[in-house]
Design a protein around this ligand. Sequence first.
Ligand code: HEM
Length: 123
Amino acid sequence: MSSPTTTSLYDRLGRHEGIERITRTLIANHMANPLVNARFAASDMQRVERRAVEFFCAGAGGMETYTGKDMLATHKGMNISEQEFVNVVDDAMAALETHRIDPATRNEVLAILWSLKGEVVRV
Ligand code: HEM
């Protein structure tokens, strides 16, 4: 028998396919968000999406391997502000709601994203 407390985060996010759908929505939210979209203007978004799916799958407990740089190396030198960070996290929360992820699971993801703040903001 499974319940929200015994099912892995990976399962609750819908495994690979679910995380892919959530990530696509997250990136679409960033592209529509005037406070962050310029940041991605020069990026290869197919690569960013692929890496983001790997990162979220691996971070949620999936077997996928993340092939990108770590969060500090990825964001180093960008001088990302607290406001941008909050916007990116809000875009992620909105993507989870779009895909009807339950509130307890959304909060778990929020805590994980927040824990990465020191590797992203003003590094
Ligand atoms: C907890 C929050 C965040 C997480 C988990 C995260 C995660 C990632 C990941 C996995 C990648 C792909 C790395 C790769 O391709 O090797 C990436 C790239 C990127 N992130 Fe973040 N990110 C976060 C916050 C932010 C914020 C706040 C900004 C600024 C608005 C930002 C801007 C970027 C940009 C511009 C790239 C593309 C870099 C490139 O083209 O190589 N990120 N991020």
